[in-house]
Design a protein around this ligand. Structure first.
Ligand SMILES: [Zn+2]
Length: 642
């Protein structure tokens, strides 16, 4: 790849000498820690082929997608010994080529700093990864993209990040005309280790510890197992946000002995596996270590010890919990399971996986991804999948951190209470997967809906921005749609306004839609209903107090008003009666100030009075707009009932 001469940034760099470039870069990086005296090499016109040399490979590993990497600098031949990595986006996102500080490698022992700087094309990250998969795996008939999790508790929104990340890349591949198999693996043959706090029937659950979660009963007695309960919860929600993977149940695979060959290979390579895994452990694995565990046939627990392997297909074990001793045939038992670190690479080969991202924990140095790579290469003779690391999701304005074992979880279902499905996709599609971000339940909700609506207007050409920005927003919009982009722009009613509308109707969505009297198709109406339901849920559960109101009900007790206050309300009624239809928000607002003057009241006191009569509060939504939204008939009714 060569660099585009059209980028203004390149032009800017081309005219600088090295020290100027350095100053410029360090200014953008805004990082005083940088050891600036180190020699800088910067040649933006040097065409480089990505992915070949170690620097570029590392840039990818850092999870920053670079269409062009123009610059690599400095003074360290000790790349692999980098002790710390930082990734930061440093420049204008609006530029067609944004300047990105890809990484800063600090080698503490040598005092070396390596700075990688790249030009990121405005391509969407999902498209960049799709390209990367095709480049790394070659032109294939079928690409297999994988995701998976242990259903050991409620699948929370942090886990969902992996699913949606794969989904977006799958879509980007399909948009390139590629055939894709999207598999979602339920690791439901894992052992039940800890009872999450949010589950009912804790004591019963505890009696199943050490057994496979697929044999643990559903504590609420509805589903066939504890695992199935957790699986079903999210399987039912995923289609709502346009995610439809092929589910693979590992308990089924193991119990039908599908992995007999893979298990035997692990046993044959026991020594080598022990070496690979021990490299990343403080204390090496003992010579007694086996790559498998066995669920006791008599008590179902994994409290067993392997006593023999015949070099072929049979293994013997004893159970320390119940004393059972037995010899099993791999080709017809479901009781033998590979340990996670071997299980994962074995399945990459089994399913021929081309792409699978993973969270920080797996991607850390010595994490399961690090060890899975050599294992899949050497033992299962398969090339590891293209990958990247996705970051955590925080929750804002709701309280509680997310973790399935603590039990304080925020699930996809919780998020869908507040965000319509397109918004949920948008949150993830508009954020790079390697950036930590927060899903907000507080006032930010309004801002996020506004951002989405803006993105939508840009897509349909109703709002103009620079072409590069538009290109970026258009792609985000496409990826945010559950199935396909609507032919014409959906009816936009801002979330903020909907919050007022729906409260005026006291949560009656159909009544609200009727009052709007809009002519549109069923699909559009259905989106509007969903958004209205989200607005209602938000105002009831999460909105600040100042956002919440209920119109004073018909037939409620008259308020105690002074004669002056009665007169003021009378003036407002007159204005509404005679002229509301002729007003827009601005003219009505001016009229209200005039009325306050006529009533000989401070505007502030006048507003307070009107809010008291309308909603029995001292403040509320902006008054003029509010009165217009309530409408003449209803406003007169309420104002007349004091
Ligand atoms: Zn037993």
């Amino acid at each position: 790849m060569t660099l585009s001469p059209t980028s203004s940034l390149f032009g800017q760099f081309a005219g600088m000498d090295q020290s100027e470039r350095l100053r410029h870069l360090s200014g953008i990086g805004n990082d005083r820690e940088l050891d600036l005296h180190l020699e800088l090499f910067l040649d933006p016109l040097l065409p480089l082929d990505m992915g070949e040399d170690p620097i570029h490979a590392q840039a990818y590993e850092l999870g920053v997608e670079l269409a062009e990497l123009s610059v690599a600098l400095l003074e360290s031949n000790e790349l692999r010994r980098a002790h710390r990595r930082e990734v930061r986006r440093v420049a204008e996102e609006d530029e067609p080529f944004a300047l990105v500080l890809v990484g800063k490698h600090l080698d503490a022992s040598q005092g070396n700093v390596l700075l990688l700087v790249g030009m990121s094309k405005a391509n969407h990250w999902a498209d960049n990864y799709a390209e990367k998969i095709i480049r790394e795996k070659g032109d294939k008939e079928l690409y297999v993209c994988a995701s998976g999790i242990t259903p050991s508790g409620t699948v929370h929104i942090g886990n969902f990040r992996e699913i949606i990340t794969v989904e977006l890349v799958v879509r980007a591949l399909r948009d390139r005309g590629k055939k894709v198999r999207f598999i979602y693996s339920w690791d439901d043959y894992d052992v039940f280790r800890k009872v999450p706090g949010n589950m009912p029937n804790q004591e019963m659950l505890e009696s199943y510890l050490r057994q496979p979660i697929t044999l643990t009963p559903d504590p609420s007695g509805v589903e066939e197992s504890y695992a199935r309960r957790n699986e079903k919860e999210i399987e039912e929600l995923l289609p709502i946000v346009g995610v439809n993977p092929e589910y693979i149940y590992q308990a089924e695979r193991y119990r039908s002995a599908s992995y007999a060959e893979g298990i035997r290979r692990a046993l044959e390579n026991r020594e080598r596996l022990r070496e690979i895994l021990s490299e990343h452990r403080e204390k090496p694995l003992s010579p007694e270590w086996w790559p498998i565990s066995v669920f006791c046939a008599s008590c179902n627990r994994d409290t067993t010890e392997i006593t023999d392997w015949d070099g072929q297909n049979t293994v013997a074990y004893t159970c320390s919990a119940c004393g059972n001793e037995e010899r099993l045939d791999l080709t017809d038992t479901g009781a033998v399971k590979l340990f996670w670190r071997v299980d994962w690479p074995m399945r990459w080969a089994y399913e021929q996986v081309d792409f699978e991202p993973a969270g920080k924990d797996h991607h850390s140095e010595g994490g399961s991804f690090t060890t899975a790579r050599p294992i899949v290469r050497e033992i299962y003779e398969y090339t590891p999948p293209t990958t990247f690391q996705y970051d955590f999701v925080r929750i804002k304005g709701r309280g509680g951190k997310i973790s399935s074992s603590s039990g304080e979880v925020v699930s996809l279902g919780d998020v869908l209470e507040i965000y319509q499905p397109e918004l949920v996709r948008y949150l993830f599609a508009s954020t790079r997967p390697n950036t930590e971000f927060a899903i907000s339940f507080d006032l930010d909700v309004i801002k996020l809906y506004e951002d989405y609506d803006r993105c939508e207007r840009i897509y349909y050409g109703k709002e103009s921005v620079s072409e590069s920005r538009a290109e970026k927003e258009r792609r985000i919009y496409e990826l945010s749609q559950v199935d396909g982009v609507p032919e014409s722009m959906p009816t936009q009613i801002s979330f903020r306004h909907l919050c007022s509308l729906i409260q005026i109707q006291d949560g009656n969505i159909e009544g609200m839609i009727e009052s709007l009297d809009i002519r549109t198709d069923e699909e559009d109406l259905s989106r509007l209903r969903t958004r209205a339901r989200c607005a209602w849920n938000w105002t009831r559960g999460f909105a600040p107090e100042s956002f919440r109101f209920a119109l004073r009900a018909r037939g409620s007790e008259p308020l105690e008003l002074s004669p002056g206050e009665h007169r003021a309300i009378g003036l407002l009624r007159g204005e509404i009666e005679e002229r509301l239809d002729t007003h827009d928000e601005r003219s009505l607002s001016e009229a209200i100030y005039t009325l306050a003057g006529e009533a000989e009241m401070e505007p502030k006191a006048f507003f307070k009075l009107v809010y008291r009569v309308l909603i029995e509060k001292e403040m509320g939504p902006r008054l003029a707009g509010f009165l217009l939204t309530i409408g003449k008939k209803r406003a007169l009714e309420i104002l007349g009932s004091c």
